[in-house]
Structure formats: C-alpha cells, structure tokens
Design a protein around this ligand. Sequence first.
Ligand SMILES: Nc1ncnc2c1ncn2[C@@H]1O[C@H](COP(=O)(O)OP(=O)(O)OP(=O)(O)O)[C@@H](O)[C@H]1O
Ligand SMILES: [Mg+2]
Length: 447
Amino acid sequence: MTSKVKTSRYLRGQALVVIESLLLLLVVGIFLTTRYLQMMIPDVILIVCIFAITVVGTCSVTFWSMRNHISKGWRFALRHYKLCLSVRRALLDAAYYVPRQFFGTAVAQLPKIKLTFTDNYQRGMLLVENRVKYAQRLDTAQLSSALRRYVVERSYLSDDENYYCFELFDSRLERRLEFRSLDELLSYNAQVGDLELFIDKFTVIPLHHTLIVGQTGSGKTYGVYSFLLQMLIKPVQYQLYLADPKGSSLSILGDMIAPDCTAEDVDDIVALLREFNDVMDKRKADLKAKLATKLEASYSDFGFNPYVFIFDEYASFQSVVQAMDKKHRDEVNKLISQIVLQGRQLGFFLFIVMQKSDSTSLPTMIRDNLPLKIVLGNAEQQTYVTAFGTGVEIPSRDFRKGEGVYTFPGIANTPKLCAFSYLNFDINAAFRAKRGLCNNPRSSKGA
Ligand SMILES: Nc1ncnc2c1ncn2[C@@H]1O[C@H](COP(=O)(O)OP(=O)(O)OP(=O)(O)O)[C@@H](O)[C@H]1O
Ligand SMILES: [Mg+2]
C-alpha cells in the first residue's frame, strides 16, 4: 500500500476537527456527569469549553469564507472551494509540490492557487504559482481532469513568470453563435465596432490582414461568408474584392455582391490585385497629405473606407503562379507583399484562405505579417506549427466544422479557441439582398 504525502493545510484541518471533536465530547461528558452522576462540575469549565468550540468553529468558517471569497456570494465560494480542492489534489497526485517538515512530519507544500470566474461562471482564470523549486513543468494535461466541467482554453506563463495562467471556460458552453435570419445577425453586429469583426460570443477582432487555414470541409469558406455578411451590413462601406481560383462558392457570391471585383481566372486575379494596389497607391497619396496634420493616424481617422481583398484557395492560385516566368512571379509577390506591408494604415486588407500554410505556397514573410491567424478543424501538428510557430500548445478538443483556434497580437498571443457562427438562414438570399456594393468597376467586366 502506498502512503500519500499530506499537505500542511490538510494536517491543520485534521487537527482542528480533532480539537472540535474533543471539546464537544468534553461538553457532552460534563452534561452527562452533572445530570446522571450528580457530580458538581464548575460552570466555568462548561462555559470555557463552549466558548472554545465557538471560537474554533467561527475561526474555521471565517478562514474558509475569506479563502473562498464569500464576499462574492455563496455560489462563488462553493464553486471556488470545490475547484481549488480538486486542483490541489491533482497537483499533489502529479507531485507538483515542495517537500517540507510540519511539526516533525513530512508534508507537501503545494503552490499558491488563485481562481476567478467571469461571465456568470462561463469563464475563469486559474493561476498556479511557479517556482524554481518545482522540479517539473506544470502542463495542461496534469490539470485537465481536475477542472470538472471547465477546460483549459489556453495556458501561458505570467509576464513576471511567477504564475502559470490557465484560461478556463465551461465545456458545456456553446461559444458558437447561431443566427436564424439576417436581421438577427444585423442586430448582433450592432454591438461590434464598424472596423471589427466577430467570430463567436467571445471573439471580436479588429479588421486586419487575416489567414484562415484548415483541411477541406473544415469551414473556411463558410467562415468567410460570416465575415463577408458582417462587412456588408456595417454602416461603413467595405469595398470588397474576391478571388476564387477554383471558381466555387465564393466566386458565385462575388458575382452577386461585387461582380466587377470578383475573379477566378489567374490572369483576372492578377489584374484585380494590380487594381487593388493602384487604389491603395492613390489612397497613399491622399493620406500622406492628411498625415501631415496627425502623424499617428490611419485611414479611419480621416473617414476613408476599408478595402478588403479575400483570396480563397490561395494555394491553387500560387501553384499556377509558380509555373509562370520569373517576371510574372515577382510581380505577383510584389503585389501581395505591398498590400500586407503597407495596407494597415491605408485601410487595405488581405484575407488569405488555404488548406495548408506551408512556405512553398505562402512565403514566410507574408504569413508573418498576417496578424489574425485562424486554423480550423482538427489540423495536423505541422499546420499549427506553420501557422503559429513552434512550441505553442493547442487546446486538445475534437473540433467540429467551423471550430478551431486563432491568434491575434494582444488579444490571443497564444492559440485560443474560436467557432464561426452557424448561419441558419438562406445565405444566398442574404447576399443577393446586398448585391452591387462594389463601386469601382473594372473596365474588362464592366463593359
Ligand atoms: N460554422 C459552421 N456552422 C455550421 N456549418 C458549417 C460551419 N462551417 C462549415 N459548415 C458546414 O461545412 C460545410 C463545408 O464548409 P466549407 O465549404 O466552408 O469548407 P472549406 O474548409 O472551405 O472546404 P474546402 O477547402 O474544400 O473549400 C459547409 O457547407 C457547411 O455545411
Ligand atoms: Mg472552401
């Protein structure tokens, strides 16, 4: 039989229980002795015992209440207690402690734990003290079974490296939004800024260059529909350019909403990229004049509209470009790089959608300059590495369609969960209602 090492808190608790029990026995003993044996025991002994029981009991309850933040309510305190107890047990089982002596007995000193809940207990933050003395690194796997209904969304070391931070969320919680009509989407969108896009209940991201990666059928294009609909219903007019080299659903939608800015043929796509860059150059000149008055400003500060170039199946476009002569290849690379490098301040954004973001189809320089990176579905480890870099932990989940992880500087520096909305209405009809929003027709198509 293995004897498990105990914590000093556990021993203190046991000692208190023993003291309380002994005092209670004493009180009962005094009562029975005076009643049945007719022996006179001074009242003061009884009073002292009852007083001691009350003091010990009150102190125990007060310490418990303070430790579990009763000021935030009973519900919070109970949940806090249960979860902390469970985590402490897991840390003990994982031998994540420092051995100490407590009145001559070997005890385990567990790391300090801080736990907070937000969003009506839907989310939480668990901080576990980090010390050099803890021989091993604390990883998510050691804790996951202890967190009851909560799962770790992301884990990282605090800036001062004193705590492991675990962002928790209730696994029963549906983070995905479902819209039954365009109007529902419209009213939800009203809570989000004009230059922001939402992904799910907890994820709102500023408009920026974006990479969406995932295996076939993981929900990339469907995610783009959700972004496109948001852009179309914003009070600010988004100028949309759509490239779909496979000529599938996105180009059909493009023909509905922005026929003059939609291309599927590689030459047309390159022409569209050229045009996007030309408009960007013009914006650059316009903005330069204004920037003289306000150096750190960007397009939106001067009332300019955002331009978004959405590129589905980027790898299949690149495979054709790679077969072209060097002059053409260089031109395409330059067009893409310019948008990525100069677009943010000018209000020109690139959304790249592809199955794998390896460096053959997406040069590292471009990938590194796409701040919002989303990987959908159960991707291979290599896909996560190319998107987010090495050494990042991906929350282990069985991702459904449209679910995945994302990073965005300042909002999710390490991969965080996300789930694109379920558009439970006639998507085609919704887009048809928004047709004709591109107002700079290309002569080739406009003729
Ligand atoms: N967020 C979502 N909610 C509900 N259903 C979804 C969601 N995302 C995807 N789906 C379903 O999965 C199907 C496939 O999605 P989608 O066409 O977007 O995949 P994809 O990643 O673009 O695949 P491919 O690489 O082959 O183009 C959709 O037609 C839709 O029925
Ligand atoms: Mg697709």
